[in-house]
Design a protein around this ligand. Structure first.
Ligand SMILES: C[S@@+](CC[C@H](N)C(=O)[O-])C[C@H]1O[C@@H](n2cnc3c(N)ncnc32)[C@H](O)[C@@H]1O
Length: 496
């Protein structure tokens, strides 16, 4: 029995595909692999769309199906019978206009995005190897698709144990902190609702407190949002926009000091590593999150930052916190160079150190010569190490110091070794390296951005940061002081 290509559409008329001529010679490049995929698609789905054809001086030309006709010819030589194909007539004055119409057909007036394709195909069982899109690399799409899948090795029992750990410790105390999980995102949503309700002195329509700096401080914010909506063809919420598309402009970095610290990470670290009612010191305070979350957790927070503007901004954001829960302790920020942290904090001692330093010169905060983010790496390291030493001296014995850091590439594309240098700085200050946690970030636009550099030089897209916990003294004694996590000071935001 002969094999036949299935026709799965209807047109105005039908034609033997072999009688149709081309006007498109050389317009589009395609590989043998592309042709193979197209043949497979025709076999799998049938010939699914009528061809557009143009009749001129006794000949008929295809407008949009050169490649499909090539695939049909190849299938025919493989032994398939090709029935007449459905066609529809396109009108054109002359060859020039017919060619313009071909260009119109090829112009798609829009781009596919990985997020868009994933959303669109939700719930469909798709084998991506059947398709070939040119707006992004196909392996990136596969990667994004796979990373959405639940780990199949997770049995119901494993999930139950993990959930009970999460209940006990807020999040399971594992070395991977995954911000992509529903647990994390729900918690983050709760924090953002809390901050949302504490609308400070923002203007009408501005988002509350912590997020004020995003839309309010960045002139490109709404331009970017409109462009993203145009690109994907629908309106999006601010949350989705910030999660998937927003790229902070330089001016927001200048105004707010930087990227915003994750309140869930902050809450978890306080809950795990700080005793009830304890004092936290932060030698690179940056934005207001670590201070305000500490306040919610009933902890005294003392943050030092070189930038007077940042400190002022933090104080005014904190002043906007109107409904403070019982037990809230207002954080205190100091403007100054943390090399002098002992003098600035005037004899204060701390039960925990938590900070997120400049990642070498990744974000430059100011041109103040004392700002370590604008220094050459060698100079940066000298001052960074001294600040770490001076700050750890203020820690009481048997306590934890937690730093959030990430590797940074130099101008030649090589890593400085900033994480290794951070570990050495703490060890040389007399602390012990105790926990290394990996903070997994949302992929965001990484799936689209990572393909190029990877192909060029095998540089992988970085989707994580490092959370290092060091201990001064004994971890057992430190844990005794903290007590059971359930009884730790965190005022759960549900209760606030
Ligand atoms: C990475 S930011 C911290 C921001 C952080 N991601 C956050 O949570 O908001 C680092 C901060 O270090 C500050 N800084 C730089 N050099 C300093 C110094 N010598 N003393 C104190 N702060 C300094 C900068 O002003 C900046 O706000």
């Amino acid at each position: 029995m002969s094999k036949e290509v299935q026709i799965k559409c209807t047109g105005a008329e039908t034609r033997d595909y072999r009688t149709l001529k081309t006007l498109k010679t050389g317009l589009k490049e395609s590989t043998k692999e592309d042709l193979k995929k197209l043949k497979n698609a025709i076999l799998k789905y049938g010939f699914s769309f009528p061809e557009f054809i143009w009749s001129h001086e006794g000949s008929e030309y295809t407008i949009d199906a050169d490649r499909r006709n090539e695939a049909l010819a190849s299938l025919e030589s493989d032994g398939y019978v090709i029935p007449p194909v459905p066609v529809c007539h396109i009108h054109a004055r002359d060859e020039a206009e017919a060619k313009e119409k071909i260009l119109m057909c090829e112009s798609r007036f829009g781009r596919l995005t990985i997020d868009g394709v994933l959303d669109f195909s939700q719930g469909l069982d798709i084998d991506w190897s059947d398709f070939e899109f040119t707006d992004f690399e196909m392996p990136d799409l596969q990667l994004a698709f796979d990373s959405r899948d639940v780990d199949p090795s997770e049995t119901a029992e494993a999930i139950r144990i993990r959930e009970s750990l999460a209940e006990k410790f807020l999040l399971p105390p594992f070395s991977v902190l995954d911000t992509r999980t529903a647990l994390w995102q729900e918690r983050k949503q709760k924090w953002s609702e809390v901050f949302e309700s504490y609308k400070g002195r923002g203007q009408e329509g501005e988002r509350g407190l912590l997020f004020k700096s995003l839309s309010g401080g960045d002139p490109s914010y709404y331009k970017q949002k409109t462009a993203a909506e145009k690109k994907i063809g629908r309106q999006i919420t601010t949350e989705e926009f910030e999660r998937k598309y927003y790229k902070p402009s330089d001016s927001i970095i200048a105004k707010t000091g930087t990227s915003i610290f994750d309140p869930v990470l902050c809450e978890v670290l306080y809950k795990w590593f700080c005793p009830m009612g304890g004092t936290v010191i932060d030698c690179f305070a940056g934005g207001s999150v670590r201070g305000i979350v500490a306040g919610f957790c009933g902890l005294s927070y003392h943050g030092v930052d070189l930038s007077g503007t940042q400190v002022e901004e933090n104080r005014s954001q904190e002043a906007g916190v109107t409904s403070r829960p019982d037990g809230y302790i207002p954080p205190v920020w100091y403007q100054g160079d943390s090399i002098e942290i002992a003098q600035i904090l005037d004899g204060k001692r701390a039960d925990m150190m938590l900070s997120c330093p400049p990642y070498a010169d990744l974000e430059v905060y100011s041109n103040d010569p004392r700002d370590i983010s604008n220094m050459k790496y060698e100079d940066f390291l000298k001052v960074y190490r001294a600040i770490i030493k001076n700050t750890t001296e203020l820690l009481v014995d048997n306590s934890f110091a937690v730093f959030i850091v990430g590797e940074v590439r130099d101008k030649n594309g090589f890593y400085y070794g900033f994480t290794k240098d951070t570990i050495e700085a703490f060890q040389d200050a007399g602390l012990l390296f105790y926990n290394e946690l990996i903070l997994v970030n949302m992929a965001g636009t990484l799936a689209v951005r990572a393909g190029g550099p990877f192909m060029k030089s095998r540089k992988v897209g970085k989707q994580h940061q490092n959370v290092f916990a060091f201990v001064k003294g004994s971890p057992q004694e430190a844990a005794k002081k903290i007590g059971s996590v359930e009884k730790s000071p965190v005022i759960l935001i549900e209760e606030a």
